[in-house]
Every structure is written in C-alpha cells, then in structure tokens.
Design a protein around this ligand. Structure first.
Ligand SMILES: C[S@@+](CC[C@H](N)C(=O)[O-])C[C@H]1O[C@@H](n2cnc3c(N)ncnc32)[C@H](O)[C@@H]1O
Length: 240
C-alpha cells in the first residue's frame, strides 16, 4: 500500500494517475501534484500534454496501465468512455442500439478491490439504473469513490449538448480553459464539440480533488470500501 497517510505532513507532491485522460478538463486546476495521464487517442493526448507540460502522458490503454502500475500512485482518477451509457443513447430518432461499455464497471470493481490508495471514477448518469451505487450525483455526473464528495454547484454552458459550430467550439474551449488550434473529432464523430463535451469542468475536477485532500487530512478515506450493489447474503442463501 502507498504510504500516503503522512503525505501532507511530508509536504510531498501527490502522485496521481489520471486514466482516460481526454483533454484533461478534470486535471487543469490541480496543484502540487505529479501526474501520469493515460489516453489512447494520440491527437487528444497531444492537446493534453500541451496544456499540462509537466505531466507524463502515456498514449496507451488505461486498463492495462492500471493493472500493471496502480501501486505507484496515491490517487487515481478514471473517466471511462461514457457514450454507451449516456441518456443520448435513447434520445435520438436514429437507431444507435448497442451494448454498454463494460470498462466503467470493471474499473470501479477493480479499484475497490485491488487498489489501496484513494480513487474516483467519474461518468455520466446512465439511461439505466446504475449497476453499482455511486457515492455522489453532481449535475450530469455520477461519482464512485472511496471518500465523501460534498455538494458543488455545477456550472454549465448554454446549449451544452448542441454546441457544434466552429464559433461555439471556440467558446467551449474558452469556458473550459483548454487551448488548441482547430478541431478534433472524437472517434469519427462529426461534431467538433464532442471531444469538449467529454471533459469534466476544471472547477469540478478541483472540487473533487479538494474533497480527497480534506478526507486524507482527516483520515477519512475508506480503504475497505467494496463496490457491490446487491445483497450477497441473499444470493448465497438462495443458492444453497
Ligand atoms: C470521457 S473522456 C475523458 C475526459 C477527461 N476526464 C476530462 O475531464 O477531460 C474519455 C477519454 O478516454 C479515452 N479512451 C477511451 N478508451 C480508452 C482506453 N481503453 N485507454 C485509454 N484511453 C481511452 C477517449 O479517447 C477519451 O478521450
């Protein structure tokens, strides 16, 4: 287990693993951190690196990296792809029917059983009942974590979902504080705003990080928290 209990007394930088890093909205306002970010799209990773020049950016698979390197870190944030869980799956006339992406649930269960540090998994509210109960619902986000997250007034930009023109995309970048020239198209999506819609707002990322720091200082990280949503005892009794 990482010896993070005296991290703040030692005045050391917190070692953070930022998985599914995207453009790095969640990370933009964190200070006094040493961050390793994992993102598999090279164009997105390049923007992340330009905006966070001191971070180590790995272009690769988040789950592989997590499995092999988790013990190097004090705090892990993961934002697995949200498209296949999103209410947008049901809010269109087009036939987008598809299976949801298992990574979200795999990462939550993995972290809660095999990581001894502090962790956060962020995603959108799904169109179905979440399989694992989240720690907190904030705006359009659900958060699973092993520490408490306090309330936060979520900011939103007007017409968040439909922002798509070049002018709107530039405003969106400004709102998030993320800089890059031109447009990036996420997984062939024709809307240049999609990659920005994927971002957590930096103020929200900072709020969650501050909650982690407070919980750490007060010794309120629940290292034994196990992410399960159903009654195991009941399951056992019905199976004999
Ligand atoms: C929801 S976005 C992350 C947003 C980020 N937390 C932020 O605030 O800007 C998810 C990102 O994960 C990346 N991604 C998807 N699957 C991945 C994988 N297996 N390994 C690494 N990155 C992945 C996508 O390219 C996308 O940029």
């Amino acid at each position: 287990m990482n010896d993070t209990n005296n991290l703040f007394e030692r005045g050391q930088k917190t070692k953070v693993l930022n998985l599914y890093a995207g453009l790095g909205g969640n990370r933009l306002k964190w200070e006094n951190v040493e961050v390793t970010a994992v993102e598999f799209d090279p164009k997105i990773a390049k923007v992340y690196q330009d905006n966070n020049p001191n971070d180590t950016v790995i272009v690769g698979d988040a789950m592989d990296f997590l499995k092999n390197n988790r013990n190097e870190f004090d705090f892990i944030w993961a934002s697995p792809p949200c498209q296949k869980h999103s209410k947008m799956m049901k809010a269109t006339r087009h036939d987008v029917a598809d299976f949801f992406d298992l990574q979200l649930w795999q990462v939550i269960i993995f972290l809660s059983h095999f990581f001894d540090g502090s962790w956060v998994v962020e995603n959108v509210k799904p169109y179905y009942e979440p399989l694992i109960k989240p720690q907190k619902e904030l705006g359009r986000h659900l958060i699973w974590s092993n520490f408490d997250i306090t309330d936060f007034e979520m900011l939103n930009i007007k017409n968040f979902i439909t922002q798509g023109t070049t002018k709107e995309t530039e405003k969106f970048k400004e709102w998030l504080g993320i800089k890059y020239e031109g447009n990036i198209y996420y997984k062939g999506n024709h809307c240049p705003g999609q990659v920005l819609r994927n971002c957590v707002h930096p103020d929200f990322g900072l709020h969650v990080f501050n909650c982690f720091e407070k919980a750490k200082e007060r010794g309120q990280i629940n290292y034994d928290q196990v992410a399960i949503n159903f009654d195991l005892e009941h399951e056992r009794s019905t199976c004999g």
